[in-house]
Design a protein. Structure first.
Lengths: 180, 479
């Protein structure tokens, strides 16, 4: 892949979540699709304005849980019935009630790790470099108290000056061009 | 109780006039002030002298662990007071005590999240840290108790040349799975929760090394909305998984006792009673840690009297469940009409170690359950600090009474003996206090103790008004 060059997008900075949500909603109505909000805490309304509702994290968690349940149960059954059968207090070899607890713990272990690492993977993290970190006002605000909307340059509707004009009508603190 | 109680006459800015409750967060906080306050504790370049002194003391005490474990490895478990009939001594008592303490952290971070108890946001991070450090202390004991800790991996199912496998019909094998899962999920939940705050620290750090380390640890977090939605989803799922997990861990530990055919152990009340006791002692430990920390770092605006009041209420509730458990044990030992059960209870109360039972009744029931009903005492910081120690002593004695009194006088009088802990038992136990405090002090200095992103969500500024800038200006003018 050739190194990316040029403009990544236009970054508008806002002081309040209301302004951000409003601007995002209007940008979506104006036809922009490749855009993203950056906030210091989760703003659900911003996700709605981006029309981003569904995540695959719960599905990964479910699959992980089922894998854990299967692994745990099969491990116990194989060990205690075939691999290393022991006659203890004349209990049946397949004494499944006794196998519930470890299988249950394995379910939770796999499901939890799938949810956590699945979230990280779906988010594309770790990603230590991102063009936005080049913006002078991004680092001091995005994780503290500022709200950002970035309209990305690879959107078909993106046209440098026009898009800047579009963003400025929402009276942002600033609109900055971000380079790759 | 509190909501109907008399509203104090003095107008306190911390009291919400509509409910008469203490505010969760002091009024007048902004996104910036909260961030500066919490990040400042970590990013300041001058380490408080008192912190250094505390760390020195704690680390010195923690050396006890190093010495005691070294001697144990050289000599074997014979240096402990365990013998026949008292084969389970301090190691099991301390294991159950420490892991129980950890449970409050998971309760706060998971169960209260599911119940949308937003007041938990201020205290959940250090409660989770407390969980992890308590599990570190707890996990050490069974591993050392097996005698040859360097062969601890024999507990796990893996193909080996001895062709031997674990036996899954024993609660001791269940314990391995429960505790290791609990430790893993607690660490993951804690770390995931910290990622956005590590991003904040990266952006605010001025020292290049700090910027580098927090930058690596934050995985490049940039607060993207799509990331936040997946993040929130994963947090909720982890909370949903941790809730049954925390209940199952102490249940499994109680099975170590309840499955054995010993008088005083073989009872169905053990799982709920162990879990309630765990939460009881855990909240006491959260208070032990929260009270000095909010004072030392001036966090009274974020960890308010409301938090202390609520934690005291949880202690009152769980303490009452524990009290019910004690009552039921006594009742069942009479009602079961079992000679052995009856003798066990008599021996527990009036035998040679009966004093331990009465210490437990005094510290776990008599002192807390009479005083915690009073709102005045629930918001009296000094009293709560004192009480948190009382309850933790009480909960340690509960485990002492359960482990020792059933074992040292069992069915056959000819096999009776006694239990005496040796100095190595004490050195190791006191050493774990030092280890716990050392780890906690390091955490308080190096990581954000209070989740900044979650505190920001509790501020009134987060309200989104439709219409953007104009609506915002109108709302500002109305204020």
């Amino acid at each position: 892949m050739p190194p990316r060059e040029g403009v990544y997008g236009l970054l508008a900075e806002f002081n309040t979540p209301s302004e951000l949500v409003h601007a995002t909603e209007m940008a979506h109505r104006a036809g922009y699709r490749r855009m993203e909000c950056y906030t210091p805490y989760p703003v659900e309304q911003a996700a709605e304005a981006l029309r981003f509702h569904k995540t695959r994290v719960p599905l990964l968690c479910l699959l992980g849980g089922l894998a854990g349940l299967t692994t745990g149960s099969l491990l116990e059954i194989w060990i205690n019935v075939w691999g290393y059968p022991l006659n203890l207090r004349a209990m049946p070899l397949f004494s499944w009630p006794a196998f519930v607890v470890p299988a249950y713990e394995m379910t939770i272990l796999f499901a939890g790790l799938s949810a956590a690492f699945g979230m990280i993977a779906l988010n594309g993290l770790p990603q230590l470099y991102h063009p936005l970190f080049n913006a002078p006002n991004f680092a001091s605000g995005a994780t503290t108290d500022k709200f950002f909307l970035c309209l990305e340059a690879n959107d078909p509707r993106f046209e440098g000056a026009k898009t800047r004009e579009f963003l400025e009508q929402f009276s942002p603190v600033s609109v900055v061009e971000v380079d790759h | 109780m509190a909501t109907q109680g008399p509203i104090p006459e003095i107008v306190d800015p911390m009291i919400d006039p509509r409910t008469g409750e203490y505010a969760v967060i002091a009024p007048g906080q902004t996104f910036k002030s909260v961030t500066q306050k919490i990040a400042g504790i970590v990013l300041t370049s001058n380490t408080p002298i008192a912190w250094m002194g505390g760390l020195f003391l704690a680390a010195t005490v923690a050396l006890g662990v190093v010495i005691a474990v070294t001697w144990l490895v050289l000599k074997g478990v014979g240096i402990w007071g365990i013998t026949i009939p008292g084969a389970w001594g301090f190691a099991i008592i301390n294991f159950v005590w420490w892991i129980g303490i950890g449970h409050a952290g998971t309760l706060i971070s998971a169960i209260l999240l599911l119940f949308k108890q937003t007041w938990r946001n201020s205290i959940n991070r250090f409660a989770e840290a407390m969980t992890i450090f308590a599990v570190v202390c707890a996990g050490m004991f069974p591993l050392l108790h097996v005698g040859r800790p360097w062969l601890g991996y024999w507990l796990l199912p893996y193909p080996n040349t001895m062709n031997v496998w674990p036996q899954f019909r024993s609660p001791l094998a269940w314990d391995v799975f429960a505790v290791s899962t609990y430790a893993t999920i607690s660490v993951v939940f804690w770390y995931i929760g910290m990622i956005p705050d590590l991003g904040t620290l990266r952006d605010r750090a001025t020292m290049p090394l700090a910027k580098y380390i927090y930058g690596m640890l934050s995985l490049g977090w940039r607060g993207s909305t799509r990331h936040w939605i997946r993040y929130e989803s994963a947090s909720l799922l982890l909370a949903g998984l941790s809730t049954p997990l925390v209940l199952s861990v102490h249940t499994t530990i109680s099975f170590d006792f309840a499955v054995a055919a010993m008088a005083g152990w073989h009872t169905t009340i053990f799982p709920p009673y162990f879990v309630a006791g765990a939460v009881y002692s855990g909240f006491a430990m959260v208070l032990t840690l929260a009270i000095p920390i909010r004072k030392f770092y001036h966090l009274e605006d974020l960890v308010t009297l409301r938090h202390l009041d609520n934690m005291a209420k949880v202690m009152l509730a769980t303490g009452s469940i524990v009290g019910y458990g004690y009552g039921m044990e006594v009742f069942m030992s009479w009602y079961s009409a079992s000679h052995w059960e009856f003798f066990m209870m008599w021996n527990r109360m009036f035998g040679p170690m009966g004093w331990a039972y009465w210490v437990l009744i005094l510290t776990n029931l008599a002192i807390p359950l009479t005083t915690l009903w009073s709102r005045k005492l629930r918001v009296n910081v000094g009293y709560l600090f004192f009480l948190s120690f009382v309850v933790n002593i009480g909960m340690w004695f509960e485990r002492f009474v359960i482990v020792v009194t059933s074992l040292y006088r069992d069915y056959l009088p000819s096999s009776w003996g006694t239990y005496r802990a040796t100095k190595w038992d004490y050195i190791l136990f006191i050493g774990t206090w030092g280890l716990f405090t050392t780890l906690f002090l390091l955490f308080a200095r190096l990581a954000p103790m209070i989740p900044m992103s979650e505190i920001r969500m509790m501020l009134p500024q987060t309200k989104v008004r439709p219409g953007g800038a104009d609506a915002e200006a109108v709302a500002q003018e109305a204020l």
